[in-house]
Design a protein around this ligand. Structure first.
Ligand code: DX5
Ligand code: ZN
Length: 212
């Protein structure tokens, strides 16, 4: 299981220190939650923050865009040093065009779906993408309760991916902890995003290790 700490629950007054701390504690990826106050009811940060932190870690920078009009901003995030750019299926009517744009910028492309969106909307796009992000909470805030039915969605998606794209990465985001990580892995998930579970603990290494 790859572990991607979500900076949403980090100390925003010390982001450099927090990135270095999770990097040293064994994080595989660093997860950036970008929110615009429209697609989700919260506002976080933009590409400048990603760019400023790029020099402090060589880990995979995993940018999760929870914004309207993502097509307007993907180039800036690519230039800021994003390795993966994940966009929401619900935020665009032209997902194939947007994925093509992300790939043309040299990034890996992910598509995310909210808890109320069925996995089968992804069927036609799977061959073109590197990752699907299953939201296991309604996006916008850290520290929410894991939605149990997400496990079945991951199983269903793994079944679709086995036919269309066996190497597809399946990422889960929201309410992930040592309590649900085993069932998520059994369901077919390979990348776990965790915010409050890691940054809320007093030993980042122990928390990250417990998810691996
Ligand atoms: C939610 C974000 C998540 C969030 C997860 O909108 O996409 O990445 O930070 O936080 P936890 O792990 O606390 O649920
Ligand atoms: Zn996220």
């Amino acid at each position: 299981m790859l572990v991607a700490p979500s900076l949403l629950s980090a100390d925003f007054a010390n982001l450099q220190k927090e990135v270095e701390a999770v990097d040293n504690a064994g994080a595989d990826w660093i997860h950036f939650d970008v929110m615009d106050g429209h697609f989700v009811p919260n506002i976080t940060f933009g590409p400048m923050v990603v760019k400023s932190l790029r020099k402090y870690s060589d880990k995979v920078f995993d940018v999760h865009l929870m914004i309207e009009n993502p097509e307007k901003f993907v180039e800036e995030f690519a230039n800021a040093g994003a390795d993966f750019i994940t966009v929401h299926q619900e935020a665009t009517v032209h997902i194939h065009r947007l994925i093509t744009l992300i790939k043309s910028l040299g990034c890996k492309a992910g598509v995310s779906i909210n808890p109320g969106t069925p996995v089968n909307v992804l069927e036609e796009i799977l061959p073109y993408i590197d990752m699907v992000l299953i939201m296991s909470v309604n996006p916008g805030f850290g520290g929410q309760k894991f939605i149990e039915t997400s496990v079945d969605k991951i199983k269903k998606l793994r079944g679709l991916a086995d036919k269309a794209k066996p190497e597809l990465l399946i990422q889960v985001d929201g309410g992930v902890s040592d309590k649900n990580i085993n069932m998520l892995e059994e369901a077919g998930c390979n990348v776990a995003v965790a915010g409050s579970y890691i940054f809320g603990s007093d030993d980042y290494k122990k928390a990250i290790d417990s998810l691996k």
